[in-house]
Design a protein around this ligand. Structure first.
Ligand code: FRU
Length: 467
């Protein structure tokens, strides 16, 4: 075993940083967040031998996007997560600039990680290797090295393998950028995870009737739900519209018909997956009872992230709650995973005018609201939800210049399920037809002040801390 030079530094960073992070009033009490440092994409989400495993992009040494390792948590119930040995550190030639995102599979009882070894050159430019690592008896991972080099016809931006098994073969979708600088999703096939054949591009900018749709597609994930196949992806550089794709980098999906044999995916238009301010790089897995579960990064790689106040406490970003997916008419529905209901305590109800509603403690909350009138939900003057005539607009003060920025949901909102945890809000609209996920940094205790002449019916609980 070679000795790691990073590991002692990581240990020290965690020993010093974790107590500080845990004291921060913005640190979540039931969402996953880094012990210290920066967290981004969920990786390797899998149900394996009776437990859920969730890996994550982690820089334990600071709040910048450097030194990307794979942290690792596991859980039996999707509520209580325990730390596992750090899974991957960027210490080989082929992953020296970061062990980038990827997925996990059960390879005949061996938990196997498929990830991108990212290599940046001093003189500029980069390359990428798709690599494997297999779990050992101590719960750590032994790297087996690269299995896919940069395919011809693409720049060094090829990453984020999502691998699954179908009829005795392994398939992979991979994010890529072609030489004309258009984002693509590649499909590959293998008998043994080690030898891969590139089958072609199944979606991307300029394909399938999409037109120009971005310069790089990150973090693809392909799965079937009911009669439909969905491809989730993060197309960077998609044009902003008046009310959609307003984040610097959006998260989106396509639905359609997938043929692994012909390596084709016939799909419709690009849909936004979450209409809030922070949501990116989601990944899904199957639970043992057949539910398709999703978890996302409640962050976006943009300039604004580095202004978040938690950086002063040595940590930044968190995951979304785990969500259950379903499909209706080619659209993806997302609802909080049902296990979360076990955290409910202290139930309250209210019916009446918005102006007469009580102030609601929003530190750790699940709130259901039905209304058709004029309502405003004010989260400590830093985030305000306007709900007028079934239209939703979420306003937030920019951390950069204090200006109010808006996000919209394009539909008629009848019922909202709102989850709050310290510095995050997830608004589920019409039983999952839409979601808006956002961070905000209130002075605590976080509260929601309701106002407006509209009538509402509300039911709410505090959620018991479980992390
Ligand atoms: C998405 C992403 C991935 C990459 C990882 C690096 O947020 O840029 O494409 O693998 O983050 O941390």
């Amino acid at each position: 075993m070679t000795s790691s030079t990073l590991l002692p530094k990581i240990l020290l960073a965690v020993l010093k940083g974790q107590p500080k992070a845990l004291q921060d009033s913005h640190y979540p009490v039931w969402h996953l967040a880094p012990a210290t440092g920066l967290l981004n994409d969920p990786n390797g989400f899998i149900h394996f031998q009776g437990r859920f495993h969730l890996f994550y992009q982690w820089n334990p040494l600071g709040c910048q996007h450097n030194h990307k390792c794979w942290g690792h948590w596991s859980s039996a119930d999707l509520l209580h997560w325990q730390h596992e040995p750090i899974a991957l550190m960027p210490e080989e030639e082929y992953d020296r600039s970061g062990c980038y995102s990827g997925s996990a599979v059960d390879n005949q009882g061996e938990l196997t990680l498929c990830y991108t070894g990212n290599v940046k050159f001093a003189e500029g430019g980069r390359t990428a290797w798709q690599c494997l690592a297999v779990q050992n008896a101590e719960g750590g991972f032994d790297k087996s090295g690269p299995v896919i080099a940069l395919p011809e016809g693409y720049t060094g931006h090829v990453r984020d393998p999502k691998v699954w098994r179908h009829e005795n073969q392994w398939y992979m979708v991979l994010g890529a950028q072609d030489l004309a600088l258009r984002g693509k999703v590649l499909l590959l096939r293998s008998d043994d995870l080690h030898h891969w054949q590139l089958l072609g591009e199944i979606a991307g900018s300029g394909l399938g009737g999409l037109g120009e749709s971005g310069y790089m597609w990150e973090c693809p994930d392909l799965f079937t739900l009911g009669a439909e196949t969905f491809l989730i992806c993060c197309p960077q550089g998609v044009a902003r519209e008046a009310r959609r794709f307003l984040n610097t980098h959006p998260s989106a999906y396509l639905s359609g018909t997938f043929s692994p044999e012909q390596a084709t995916f016939e799909h419709g238009a690009l849909h936004e997956l979450d209409a809030g301010f922070e949501f990116y790089a989601p990944q899904t897995t199957l639970s043992s009872d057949g539910r398709r579960l999703l978890v996302g990064w409640m962050g976006v790689p943009d300039g604004e992230e580095m202004r978040q106040p938690t950086i002063a406490q040595g940590w930044i970003h968190q995951m979304t709650c785990v969500r259950e997916l379903s499909s209706r008419d080619g659209k993806l529905y997302q609802q909080p995973v049902r296990e979360l209901q076990a955290l409910r305590e202290d139930e309250h109800r209210f019916a009446g005018r918005g102006d007469d509603a009580p102030v609601i403690d929003a530190r750790s909350l699940e709130l259901w609201v039905e209304s058709e009138g004029e309502l405003t939900l004010n989260f400590g003057n830093t985030l305000i939800l306007h709900w007028h005539k079934n239209q939703l607009r979420l306003d937030r003060r920019s951390l950069e210049n204090g200006e109010w920025l808006s996000r919209y949901w394009e539909g008629e909102a009848r019922v909202l399920q709102i989850l709050c945890d310290s510095s995050s809000v997830e608004i589920f609209i019409n039983e999952g037809a839409g979601v808006m996920s956002s961070r905000y940094f209130p002075s605590h205790p976080a509260q929601i002040t309701v106002s407006g002449s509209g009538e509402l019916r509300a039911q709410y609980w505090s959620l018991r801390p479980c992390m």
